[in-house]
Design a protein. Structure first.
Length: 312
């Protein structure tokens, strides 16, 4: 079955088998223009045009859960930043009514976390993942390229305030980019901030998908070195793990999944069933999917990717 707002399931390196909700399915809507973003470059904005209706999303989630009953999490994300979705509070309430034994997860860049209404909404979600790549404004502007009204100081204070009212699982993600935030000084400043926040987990990784700009990842050894900057904090370095079971995606589902997020050869090998892998190869032969090489790693991607990627 093809969905407008639902994609996956996708094997998340961090949260298990994830059924994704895209609250901005028509176009990218984000108040950041991150150097490492896997989505196409677009003008920063603080609004989502033509957002889908809450009931439309809930109906699709209900149908998708019947199709994929073994998912671990229902993930609120976006072709951009999900907390810009105007009816997020109603959506969260609806998901909590229908999720049964699943957990609801949101993947946010933390840009709106200083708003009290956003804090209240996110406090009803089982797992909140907030990005925090830097602790200084200069680094923040360079790597995350935010809307001009945003400051890292305001975001950090917002996360601290949110942590005081949020008692479920808070995950902070740090994405390390070579030559920008891959230094001990920046990590030590993040260490001080995160010791105040006390997240349940810190996920530290580097670029492993085709980025919007010509940025470079750091090595695994460098990640391990930077992780030693954090004192008494649960730092989890991101590595791929083979899932317990694979998914038999249809051709339509493969196209929609790859359109939203390029899948590495390892992604396909680990998650896709044997028949689904054969469908990927058929799409490759038909040029409905292309293979691209990013710093020595091969990805299955939409044909649009070559046109959309550009240099910094």
């Amino acid at each position: 079955m093809a969905y407008k707002t639902i994609f996956g399931p996708i094997q998340s390196r961090r949260f298990g088998l994830s059924l994704g909700i895209d609250v901005s399915p028509d176009e990218k809507s984000c108040n950041f223009d991150c150097l490492y973003c896997e989505l196409a470059v677009a003008k920063v904005t603080d609004k989502i045009k033509n957002p889908p209706k809450v009931q439309e999303i809930l109906d699709e989630v209900t149908a998708a859960l019947r199709e994929f009953p073994d998912v671990d999490v229902i993930t609120i994300t976006a072709n951009g930043e999900p907390t810009l979705y105007p009816d997020l509070d109603d959506l969260v309430d609806g998901l909590n009514r229908i999720k049964k034994d699943k957990k609801v997860l949101i993947l946010s860049n933390a840009s709106t976390i200083y708003h009290a209404n956003i804090q209240k909404t996110l406090s009803k979600i089982d797992i909140v993942k907030l990005s925090l790549d830097c602790a200084t404004q200069a680094c923040f502007k360079k790597i995350d390229r935010p809307l001009h009204t945003l400051s890292i100081e305001k975001i950090i204070e917002g996360i601290k305030a949110f942590r005081k009212i949020y008692h479920d699982t808070l995950v902070i993600e740090i994405l390390v980019v070579k030559g920008i935030n891959d230094n001990r000084e920046e990590m030590e400043k993040l260490n001080a901030v995160l010791n105040d926040i006390q997240p349940d987990r810190i996920d530290m990784g580097t670029i492993d998908r085709p980025p919007a700009y010509a940025t470079q990842p750091v090595s695994e050894a460098k990640l391990k070195e930077l992780a030693t900057s954090f004192d008494n904090l649960p730092v989890h370095l991101i590595y791929k793990q083979e899932p317990a079971k694979r998914v038999d995606f249809s051709t339509e589902e493969i196209i929609e999944t790859i359109k939203r997020r390029p899948q590495s050869e390892a992604d396909v090998r680990y998650l896709f069933s044997k028949d689904a892998q054969e469908r990927v190869q058929a799409l490759l032969r038909e040029k409905k999917v292309i293979m691209i090489d990013i710093a020595g790693v091969k990805f299955y991607a939409s044909p649009e990717v070559k046109q959309k990627r550009k240099k910094r």
